[in-house]
Ligand binder design. Structure first.
Ligand SMILES: C=C(O[C@@H]1C=C(C(=O)O)C=C[C@H]1N)C(=O)O
Length: 285
């Protein structure tokens, strides 16, 4: 299941289609959104487009989806009613070296892939995480943005996982928990839910925001803070320690919300709120 539209025009997936000097290819100068299509509906489309627009602004260019691409996305959702729909926005070709053009000629690339079939099992059984030796860099100017510079995640995914693990947990250089290779992470302590503050690293996922809003509606307190993997920092009032939590879950736009059963040697119990969240947000697989 592969299909491709460039600037709203259906394109043979094998045809040469993007300028060789496209800045997204040359420098990762662009953004992307990964959206779930469920029974022909692009879930949280408005939130994805809004995040792309805000992220483009942070990178210094204006963007709103072209009519052609919007039509192509809706067409794709009808053609592939249960799929992963990806929209990439690159700053196009031009500029001198790293210097971007004043008036960029943006490219919008839409593609469709299948949703990994094992995500359904993950929703039912939870997953185990092994901490990666690849640490995430800190750059507040890019923190939260789903930009095209994903080499850290590529390095994380290249590392073989232990046999018992399903994915990697990524820390930053200080040893703070940030996210998994491709999902945000939450921890539950009674009626409080804690998720890493993404002020210096990480991707601020659309599903993360939907989950936060749903948890608030369910009466939980949400706290974004630094989560110290070892939990052994003396006198650090700015962080909480991972060992104190009994429940954890991860979120992204494709897998929705999945319990974490293990992080390295620490075991966690599934929490009933994850199924409540899947039903409330209609993100069951
Ligand atoms: C890598 C992409 O998207 C990320 C990966 C997933 C996933 O593997 O479930 C979902 C959303 C993103 N965090 C991509 O190429 O779209």
């Amino acid at each position: 299941m592969d299909a491709l539209w460039i600037n709203g025009i259906a394109t043979d997936i094998g045809a040469p289609c993007i300028q060789a000097n496209d800045r997204g290819l040359s420098y990762g100068d662009g953004l992307f959104a990964t959206m779930r299509v469920s029974y022909g509906k692009i879930l949280f489309l408005g939130s994805h487009l809004s995040r792309l627009q805000q992220s483009a602004h942070r990178l210094g260019f204006g963007w709103q989806i072209s009519q052609q691409s919007q039509s192509a996305m809706l067409e794709a959702a009808q053609q592939y009613p249960n799929s992963c729909l990806k929209l990439m926005v690159s700053r196009g070709a031009g500029g001198r070296g790293y210097t971007p053009p004043e008036q960029p000629d943006l490219n919008e690339i839409i593609s469709v892939q299948s949703i990994p079939t094992h995500y359904r099992n993950w929703q039912r059984s939870g997953i185990a995480l092994a901490t990666s030796s690849i640490q995430l860099g800190q750059q507040p100017r890019l923190a939260g943005i789903k930009h095209l510079n994903r080499l850290e995640q590529v390095l994380i995914k290249r590392r073989p996982l232990p046999q018992w693990a399903d994915d990697s947990l990524a820390l930053d250089a200080k040893g703070d928990v940030i996210e998994t290779s491709m999902a945000n992470i939450f921890f539950i302590d009674g009626q409080s839910v804690i998720t890493p503050v993404l002020s210096h690293s990480g991707v601020s996922g659309v599903m993360r925001q939907q989950i936060i809003e749903a948890l608030i509606e369910l009466g939980f307190d949400i706290k974004m803070t630094r989560i110290d993997y070892l939990g052994d920092r003396e006198n650090d009032t700015e962080s909480v320690g991972l060992p104190q939590f009994q429940h954890a879950f991860i979120t992204n736009s494709l897998l929705g919300c999945v319990d974490v059963t293990r992080i390295d040697a620490q075991y966690f119990q599934a929490h009933p709120v994850t199924e409540i969240l899947r039903r409330k947000l209609n993100i069951q697989l």
